[in-house]
Write a protein that binds this ligand. Structure first.
Ligand SMILES: [Zn+2]
Length: 172
């Protein structure tokens, strides 16, 4: 089946353009040291995997978030249309600390240029994040019991590391 062979050979891993790469460097620079290190290691393992690298290119959609932006997100699904995406008001989320910021949100760039928040891809990436640093907490499994179906608020794109600052777990 020459055509199948040709199409599988021509299948390209999605790559960031130079503008996207610049934004990624800026977002990664906002992240707390342990989180940035875990992300960098997980990313390099992902890109080194012949199957995963074709499935999508992980990227940081958000790291530091101002209190104003947090309040805008909080309004979504309450005083503004859209689904609820957070239970934290401005200043309450780990995204509002720093920089250095102990939280980041991750998605995947696909080969066609679209963005995916696939739960399957995120769970695979979460495993690599936690393999890189066991302190990483994943919003798809806050209590770390290997299951997502017992979480009150699933936030699969979200990763965080503990901080010395006040607060605690589940600060999406
Ligand atoms: Zn988040």
């Amino acid at each position: 089946m020459p055509s199948t062979t040709a199409s599988s050979l021509s299948r390209q891993a999605p790559v960031l353009n130079s503008r996207q790469a610049t934004i990624q460097a800026l977002r990664l620079a906002q992240a707390a040291e342990h989180l940035a290190a875990a992300y960098s290691q997980a990313l390099s393992r992902w890109l080194g995997d012949p199957v995963l690298r074709l499935a999508g290119r992980p990227f940081i959609t958000e790291c530091y978030r101002s209190a104003e932006r947090q309040n805008e997100l909080y309004a979504q699904g309450r005083s503004k249309p859209g689904p609820i995406v957070t239970y934290k008001r401005g200043g309450e989320s780990n995204h509002n600390f720093g920089p250095p910021t102990p939280a980041m949100d991750v998605a995947f760039l696909l080969a066609d240029g679209s963005v995916s928040w696939s739960g399957l891809l995120l769970s695979k990436f979460a495993r690599l994040m936690q393999y890189a640093d066991a302190r990483v907490r994943w919003g798809g499994d806050w209590n770390g019991n290997g299951r997502s179906d017992d979480e009150q608020f699933l936030d699969r794109p979200h990763f965080e590391v503990p901080t010395a600052q006040k607060g605690g777990p589940g600060r999406e």
